[in-house]
Ligand binder design. Structure first.
Ligand code: ADE
Length: 239
């Protein structure tokens, strides 16, 4: 998967060279190319923005400069995403869908915004990472790259994406490791029983319990098996 990021602050993306994404880049599983929009300014001061037509506070990124940056990386089949609080909120389903693309171009906005004409011309999809406003699109772009990369073959162990929160519609069950006793709290007995069937059943119960407690809204969409429905009924009775 190739990511081209159009940004005024390429240095911010240094963190993606660490940890799992750092290794994924070394192994060429993902390719993150940073494009400095400022390099496309023809102005001697490398200015990329100007005052808004119609007046008002702040500065607006120029359409021609953003367009030239885009043209430098666009290929047929590229998907162009603009990170903006006005976009559709990113969720796990969208992340999985985007991971099937070959080439994503991510446009990070700053200042008061970007000239609408270039947005209309080049953007396929607007994505927000939540209903709050950040100082720019760089952190949202990193969130998108991180979440999408986890679905690329070889980046993490396959069963990690299958079992984790959201992927199957439920939150995850709790995990434990050594020591067996921590501050008088013992690891749940079933996990040291070696009884795989019982462990599986317990984990399923815990996942449903966790979801019921923390994100009951997720259960409305979840397709329960008969056995899971019974677990949920029992949990509700206990409360
Ligand atoms: N730019 C500023 N805030 C944002 C958000 N919440 N999501 C995506 N891009 C943004």
């Amino acid at each position: 998967m190739k990511f081209d990021v159009l940004t005024l602050f390429p240095e911010m993306f240094e963190t993606l060279n660490q940890s799992i994404l750092g290794k994924a880049q070394e192994k060429n599983l993902i390719d993150i190319n940073l494009v400095n929009i400022r390099d496309f300014s023809k102005d001697k001061h490398k200015k990329v923005d100007d005052t808004p037509y119609g007046g008002g506070a702040g500065m607006v990124m120029r359409a021609d400069i953003v367009y030239d940056a885009y043209k430098s990386v666009y290929k047929e089949g590229s998907k162009m995403i603009y990170l903006t609080p006005q976009g559709k909120t990113l969720n796990q389903k969208k992340v999985e869908e985007l991971s099937k693309e070959k080439h994503l171009i991510l446009l990070c906005g700053h200042y008061e915004g970007i000239d609408q004409r270039v947005i209309d011309k080049i953007v396929d999809e607007e994505i927000s990472i939540g209903d709050y406003v950040l100082t720019g699109g760089e952190i949202p772009a990193m969130v998108l790259i991180d979440s999408v990369s986890r679905y690329i073959e070889g980046v993490i162990k396959n069963d990690s994406t299958e079992e984790e929160s959201f992927s199957n519609g439920l939150l995850e069950y709790p995990q434990y490791t050594r020591p067996e006793i921590f501050e008088d709290q013992k690891v749940p007995e079933v996990l040291i029983s070696g009884h795989h069937q019982k462990i599986k059943q317990w984990r399923k119960e815990q996942a449903i319990k966790n979801t019921l407690k923390k994100r009951p809204d997720l259960l409305e969409k979840y397709k329960f098996s008969k056995e899971e429905k019974q677990i949920l009924e029992n949990l509700k009775k206990q409360n």
